[in-house]
Design a protein around this ligand. Structure first.
Ligand code: LLP
Length: 440
């Protein structure tokens, strides 16, 4: 939305005010947008004939405030590490609504999860069964576990590949029988309760076709297990629902995707002759991604002649690959606009780059921005709520940006900006009067 003099307004706040008070680069999260998406997921996925619980995937972005919003909107949280678990617990998130993932959970992480009463632990390997069983026995608790099954389906945007073998680090293979072996081992352990199966097929999924093959395969496994008397209470089909980063992306909307997956699950279960289990999903990006933008201040604007009639203008901003690694890492594409004002100038072909000492430090590879772009202008990159702040680094000792939540004209700090003191806080030599040498 634009204000009366053309500047971008988010959650009732003018981005120029946000930049002046909180600095740039700045992550801005629209609270109402986040909550609306979270609520849409909860209600849409609960609505079908295979009602599902929705767990927000914390890896997309987590802070205590986010955990509070998630709790208030009635979702669970999927955590992938002890750190994400600690943040959820610090927010007072109910442990029973937390699901713990990880292909290499430490014993300390398992101990913490079981001692606080995390609802579900997802078993990712055969060795982990013994590890979790041992900790549960030692703590005198029963661990509710899901088995993560690698179903040989990989989905990205509207394409998916179904393969027979699964060459990746996550989960237990369906095709070589390890998933079924894992279930057998779990059922035999008194300190473990086999709660069901899990599968996650990929990211940025735009339609339900990948879920169709995955659900059919996993439900067949469930039917085999049921024939051996093993009850499949739950089936968690993971996350991966895609969002539109640019006008070329066209994902199904939340309710349509939920309805399509619901039909697939119900049909698969009918065909396999098993009752529909309690379903679960773990969207991250689709809840927080569109709720966030990154605001940058333009520094250097440098036209580079590519050939005699083609100029590319490099627009350098005050952040870069340290606050958005996705362009460099995945060749991700984003939409960027002039945010501090409107312009009627001709569009020029730009590459929005960061200030890092690396030529791959690109934020938006090809963008059209007005030709009168000037140092001091603010630009906004859309759809950066997911996997930007959560994957941020301090490369070149750039402080990680603040995350501000905006709502009805008010801004509040979700994460404050790092300071120079934060950057040096791990370096004993930078602390006055501290010695860095000590006996081992
Ligand atoms: N559940 C499991 C088991 C997962 O592995 C993931 C993502 C999710 C849920 C959430 O997926 P989402 O709905 O957010 O797509 N850093 C990459 C994405 C990596 C996702 C890894 N797992 C990116 O920036 O695109």
């Amino acid at each position: 939305m634009r204000g009366p003099d053309g500047s971008l307004v988010v959650g009732g706040c003018d981005v120029r005010d946000l930049a002046r008070v909180h600095g740039t680069p700045l992550f801005i999260l629209d609270e109402v947008d986040f909550r609306t998406r979270a609520a849409a997921f909860r209600t849409s996925y609960a609505a079908g004939d295979a009602p599902a619980t929705v767990y927000y995937a914390a890896k997309a972005f987590l802070a205590t405030r986010i955990a509070e919003w998630v709790e208030q909107e009635g979702l669970g949280i999927d955590v992938a590490s002890g750190g994400e678990l600690a943040v959820a617990l610090a927010a007072g998130f109910p442990p029973a609504r937390i699901i713990l993932h990880g292909n290499n959970k430490s014993v300390a992480e398992i101990e913490r999860a079981l001692s606080v009463g995390v609802g579900l632990i997802v078993i990712d390997s055969l060795v982990e069964i013994e590890r979790v069983a041992e900790v549960a026995t030692r703590l005198g608790v029963t661990a509710n576990v899901l088995v993560r099954v690698t179903v040989g389906v990989e989905a990205h945007t509207h394409e998916f590949i179904a393969t027979a073998h699964e060459d990746q680090k996550f989960g237990l293979s369906l095709s070589n029988g390890e998933a079924a072996t894992a279930v057998g081992l779990i059922v035999d352990r008194p300190s473990l309760h086999f709660a069901g199966l899990h599968s996650h097929i990929g990211s940025q999924i735009f339609d339900a076709s990948g879920f169709e093959v995955a659900a059919a395969r996993i439900v067949d496994l469930a039917a085999d297990l049921a024939a051996d008397g093993v009850v499949i209470e739950r089936l968690d089909l993971g996350g991966g629902m895609g969002i539109a980063y640019t006008s070329h992306d066209d994902p199904l909307d939340v309710a349509d995707m939920a309805a399509a997956i619901d039909r697939i699950v119900v049909k698969s279960c009918e065909r396999a002759g098993i009752p529909v289990p309690q379903m679960a999903f773990e969207p991250g990006r689709a809840i927080v991604g569109p709720a966030g933008i990154t605001l940058y201040e333009v520094g250097t604007v440098k036209p580079v002649q590519l050939d005699h009639d083609l100029v590319r203008t490099f627009v350098s901003v005050d952040g870069g690959m340290s606050d958005n690694i996705r362009t460099a890492l995945y060749d991700a594409d984003y939409t960027v606009v002039l945010a501090s004002r409107e312009s009627t100038a001709e569009p020029m072909l730009c590459r929005v780059v960061g200030k890092h000492c690396e030529s791959g430090d690109v934020v938006v590879r090809d963008a059209w921005l007005p030709a009168d772009l000037n140092p001091g202008d603010l630009i906004a990159v859309a759809g950066t709520g997911a996997y930007c702040r959560s994957m941020a680094s301090q490369y070149n000792y750039l402080p990680r940006p603040a995350v501000m939540a905006v709502r009805e004209g008010l801004a509040s700090t979700v994460l404050r900006r790092e300071t120079e003191a934060d950057l040096m806080s791990l370096d004993p030599g930078a602390q006055p009067g501290q010695s860095s040498s000590a006996p081992i």
